[in-house]
Design a protein around this ligand. Structure first.
Ligand SMILES: [Mn+2]
Length: 292
């Protein structure tokens, strides 16, 4: 299946404004389309709602359109709340909830009631599981994800309310400690099996903070330790051949926090492994205005 790169220049639901630069920092890889937000002010929920809903509508429209055209959308962005619109669009094609492997140092499963920071990038998984604010109903009229087919893997920083919610919903939880003791290949196989059980197909969401900050320093909320990059790369590469994999997302990239382009290089490699190639800045034969 052909993959195509979508960009989300979002930051308002996150911790730092630099996250909105994510889709622009991957030269020579360029997204086919970039969704911009109305305002880049960092705002708590619900003040951020109008901006976030507009971005989500646009992301949902693009992911659904590409999916309908037989393309596998790959999303690159900086604010993990991008996930809400993106996956809602993917699920809307078959009107069936999706399986998911969510790779993250955090749980992203706060509700407006449980969150202390009220930042939207700490809530997307809860929204996709149908636990969000009512304002999301036009975009997620039913749960986007089937909790029985979802696994959260690599987490090491979370609040009690989040783990309570996810346990109640029945999603599989694999902490970084379990990854260390049982080994990535075994746990990944289990997560994949679970995700593929969804008849709606499945997705993979990779938050770069799941990796060690030494390997991926360009994130806004780094957490010490992390999952094994080589193992992850190998498994993601394999998934490219899987027709049940509907889309993939790489989130929380903050180019301003990157060190010597290390994170950008890593993201480029992950995208190239999915068949994303460089695109000329202008169609061939059209001179770049800068060259005139
Ligand atoms: Mn996240």
């Amino acid at each position: 299946m052909k993959s195509r790169l979508l960009g989300a220049a979002l930051a308002s639901g996150g911790k730092r404004r630099g996250n909105r630069l994510a889709p622009y920092a991957l030269h020579p890889l360029r997204p086919h389309f970039i969704v911009h937000e109305r305002s880049s002010l960092l705002l708590p929920w619900p003040e951020v709602a109008d901006t976030a809903l507009a971005s989500a509508r646009s992301l949902a429209a693009h992911s659904a359109l590409w999916r309908r055209g037989g393309v596998r959308p790959l999303l690159i962005g900086g604010d993990h709340s991008e996930a809400i619109g993106f996956w809602a669009g993917i699920a809307s094609i078959k009107s069936h909830p999706l399986g998911m492997i969510w790779i993250d140092a955090h749980m992203d499963s706060h509700t407006p009631e449980s969150s202390l920071s009220h930042r939207l990038h700490g809530m997307p998984l809860a929204v996709l599981l149908g636990q969000g604010d009512r304002r999301w109903l036009p975009i997620c009229p039913q749960p986007v994800l089937d909790s029985r087919c979802c696994t959260l893997i690599g987490f090491r920083s979370f609040e009690t309310a989040e783990i309570k919610l996810l346990k109640r919903l029945g999603i599989a939880l694999i902490s970084i400690h379990e990854v260390r003791s049982h080994g990535w290949p075994t746990l990944w196989r289990q997560a994949l099996k679970r995700a593929r059980q969804s008849s709606g197909g499945y997705g993979i969401s990779l938050d770069l903070d799941a990796l060690s900050p030494h390997l991926a320093p360009g994130v806004s909320v780094p957490e010490p330790r992390g999952i094994d990059l080589r193992q992850l790369q190998r498994q993601l590469k394999r998934c490219r051949q899987d027709s049940k994999l509907l889309a993939m997302e790489i989130a929380e990239f903050n180019p301003r926090r990157d060190v010597r382009g290390r994170t950008a290089q890593l993201v480029r490699q992950l995208l190239q492994d999915q068949g994303i190639t460089s695109r000329p800045a202008y169609p061939r034969g059209v001179a770049s205005p800068r060259l005139k």
